[in-house]
Write a protein that binds this ligand. Structure first.
Ligand code: G6P
Ligand code: MG
Length: 209
């Protein structure tokens, strides 16, 4: 293993919670029933694809323009919550594990479907930390398509099979496998035992590589 590709929301930082609050607020506004369980389907999935799922759950039929307006409303709400994010939101466990992996000579990258990736990394003080960033701004297909991870491997100048993916989304684990990579599961994916390695705490990653 030469490189590790980390998902962002729910792996490096718990912004998956702010995503949930944003979608819950939009669902309330539109009169659509929503829950944390439904929100798990949104993990790793692009903003507009989440909007499509919300439309399906609510049995609604919105125009493309309406969907863009609602997704923008959710993103504005989400970004207002992110404005409270600070470097203190990066856990000591995550930071020390990243440093230890880097000390082992591994290359580290982000592989996230989010278009807010760079903003979040800046807020938590990791803007210049990773060797490569592949995110929602450089892909056309979101997880479970492997595009975001294949791009991350390419940016690291590594072959996919030389990279390990760390994910909290089942769609992200599927994306890693579709790209020929093994996946380490944390969070929701770990609770579902969905992945090649299941972590109970982030620092257990040091035992996997
Ligand atoms: C990540 C999150 C998803 C989110 C997607 C797009 O993959 O897990 O829940 O929908 O990013 O995020 P964005 O910040 O671009 O709306
Ligand atoms: Mg995630």
């Amino acid at each position: 293993m030469k490189g590790i590709i980390f998902d962002l929301d729910g792996v490096i930082v718990s912004t998956d919670e702010q995503h949930y609050l944003g979608w819950q607020a939009l669902a309330d506004k539109l009169g659509i029933p929503f829950s944390r369980e439904v929100n798990n389907r949104f993990r790793g999935v692009s903003r507009m694809a989440c909007m499509d799922i919300l439309e399906e759950i609510g049995d609604k039929c919105y125009t493309e323009q309406e969907k863009i307006a609602y997704a923008t409303w959710k993103n504005d709400y989400y970004r207002s919550l992110l404005s409270e994010l600070t470097p203190a939101d990066l856990s000591e466990d995550v930071k020390s594990t990243l440093d230890a992996l880097r000390a082992k000579g591994l290359k580290l990258a982000i592989g996230s479907s989010s278009k807010n990736t760079k903003f979040i990394l800046e807020r938590i003080g990791l803007a210049d930390y990773f060797d490569a960033i592949s995110d929602g701004t450089n892909i056309s297909k979101s997880k479970p398509d492997p595009e975001v991870f294949l791009k991350a491997a390419e940016f690291l100048r590594l072959n996919p099979e030389e990279c390990l993916v760390v994910e909290d989304a089942t769609a992200g684990v599927d994306a890693a496998h579709a790209g020929g990579m093994k996946a380490v599961a944390v969070g929701d994916a770990a609770e579902k035992f969905y992945g090649d390695f299941i972590l109970e705490s982030f620092d257990e990653l040091l035992k996997v590589v």
